[in-house]
Design a protein around this ligand. Structure first.
Ligand code: HEM
Length: 148
């Protein structure tokens, strides 16, 4: 790998990694601040993880086991999508399987509406399903989803 590629890759890592992560964490904080019930439930999970780690900060493996934290981050990413559109350029003529009238021509731009998919009530995410199955949190999630 030459020096220009190393520099370009480092810059992409910085740009791609800074804003996305910062924005997502800011919205996690916003949800926790405006929904104390969610905050209480997350605190419970954090306390349990600390206890299981002998009173120390939970390590990487223990954090991977934290289901409620995982759901909260997924739901935050769904509701406050960091990258709302994905863009691609078609490299060869393509017929969408199951949609014979939709033909994508070579060199056409494709925009995948990530926000639209995230907000489509016909396509609930795993996190939203999991949260909705919890009767205590149902009202809170509905409030977040409705933007109140
Ligand atoms: C909440 C945090 C993040 C979100 C939501 C996020 C989202 C995404 C998405 C949607 C893409 C695909 C873009 C596309 O294919 O058009 C992507 C690609 C990428 N992300 Fe992230 N990202 C996050 C954090 C990070 C971090 C922390 C880094 C690095 C330190 C990073 C580095 C990259 C790189 C290098 C790519 C390009 C990969 C490639 O095309 O081969 N991202 N990210």
């Amino acid at each position: 790998m030459d020096l220009v590629t190393v520099g370009a890759t480092a810059l992409i890592m910085l740009i791609a990694g800074y804003d996305t992560t910062g924005q997502t964490l800011a919205y996690v904080g916003y949800i926790l601040a405006t929904h104390p019930e969610i905050q209480d439930k997350l605190c419970e999970e954090v306390d349990e993880a600390c206890e299981a780690s002998g009173g120390n900060m939970p390590g990487y493996a223990a954090i991977q086991e934290m289901e409620y934290l995982d759901m909260l981050i997924h739901e935050t990413l769904r509701r406050y999508t960091a990258i709302g559109v994905l863009m691609r350029v078609c490299t060869e003529d393509y017929a969408l399987p199951g949609y014979p009238n939709v033909k994508i021509k070579k060199d056409h731009d494709l925009h995948v509406p990530v926000c639209g998919i995230h907000m489509d009530p016909r396509l609930p995410t795993r996190a939203a399903i999991a949260l909705h199955q919890d009767p205590i949190i149902l009202d809170v999630v509905l409030q977040v989803l409705s933007g109140s």
